[in-house]
Write a protein of this length. Structure first.
Length: 334
């Protein structure tokens, strides 16, 4: 039985996607859910959040086993199959398949194989399907090996071939959104891209293929996580508010393809998984300590007055994690 895959994705950078994945992975683990976090971004920002530079360099240099997504799929460039990844244990309930800059060399082959998967020659499209599903197959095997119950993917802010292949094996997409024009502009491209990929994958995956069961390519958008802005003196509050007010309507228009005269506010929106604060006073402390902000202690440099913010962060991320599981019909994991 395959494990549910959640991919956090928006076609716009600078929103806090990686920070969100890092914290929600830790929260799931604290709640007793066994998690496999996968860094599908060649920039490896999620890996850098979890690991010290020295540990990350050692992991990258180790060629004896596939501890990165790149090492796992690289053999496929030589007409072999993937190598089962060896996840890095972060906590007993949380494991990581690290990212690697080398993963970017997989972009062109994936793009080429996407076209070949539409070929009528069984050998041609069969090999293409092997490569296109490599991320899904290798992470499913890794999840089974470390007894993970869910898989969380962090990917880069683009509509490239790597992200498309990750999303083919994704059950639920979660869209982080910021209070700015770029974040909302990203929705205009993200929604149509997901619909086109679902449609194209349905055609490709319908070809006769008995080697293994292919991923469904559902890419069901579970909802969005709105990230509160960090106010700046140079930018009036009203400038943020106009974008915040547009989020529910734009999400419906571009992701759900629905329109309504009665658009709710974020706090009342059924598509809103959470509206998270920016936690600007404690986020740098968490980054320095390489700990989620809701696990910070006074020994990490948090002042007594900041502990209330730490507790609020715990409640916010616990509520988000619970909401995600309930909406994905995974209440049995609670």
């Amino acid at each position: 039985m395959t494990k549910p895959v959640f991919t956090f994705f928006n076609n716009t950078g600078g929103i806090g996607n990686t920070t969100l994945v890092y914290h929600i992975a830790h929260m799931f683990a604290l709640m007793g859910v066994r998690v496999l976090a996968v860094d599908g971004d060649p920039q490896a920002r999620l890996s850098a959040a979890f690991l010290q530079d020295e540990a990350l360099q050692t992991l990258w240099d180790d060629t004896t086993c596939a501890q990165t997504l790149y090492r796992a799929v690289h053999p496929m460039l030589r007409k072999d199959d993937y190598v089962a990844p060896t996840p890095k244990e972060i906590t007993p309930n949380l494991h990581l398949i690290a990212g690697d800059l080398g993963l970017s060399c997989f972009e062109d082959p994936l793009s080429e194989q996407w076209c070949k998967a539409d070929d009528n020659n069984e050998n041609t499209y069969g090999r293409a399907l092997d490569i296109l599903t490599a991320f899904w197959r290798c992470t499913q095997e890794a999840a089974a090996n470390c007894q993970a119950e869910i898989i969380l993917f962090d990917i880069g802010p683009n509509l490239g071939a790597i992200n498309r292949s990750v999303l083919l094996g994704t059950d639920h997409v979660i869209v982080p959104l910021g209070a700015d024009v770029f974040s909302l502009r990203g929705l205009q491209h993200t929604g149509p891209a997901l619909r086109e990929w679902r449609k194209s994958w349905a055609i490709r995956s319908a070809k006769p293929f008995k080697k293994y069961t292919l991923p469904k390519g559902d890419m069901h958008v579970l909802g969005y996580v709105a990230m509160q802005h960090q106010e700046r003196l140079s930018r009036p509050v009203q400038a943020y508010k106009q974008w915040i007010d547009r989020i529910p309507g734009d999400y419906r228009q571009y992701i759900e393809e629905t329109t309504s005269a009665d658009i709710p506010k974020i706090e009342d929106d059924s598509f809103a998984l959470a509206w998270l604060r920016h936690y600007k006073s404690i986020m740098p402390i968490g980054q320095e300590a390489r700990k989620p902000i809701f696990s910070l202690k006074t020994a990490d440099g948090v002042s007594g007055s900041q502990m209330a913010t730490v507790r609020a962060a715990y409640e916010d991320f616990q509520n988000l994690a619970t909401h995600i599981l309930l909406k994905a019909n995974l209440a049995h994991l609670l």
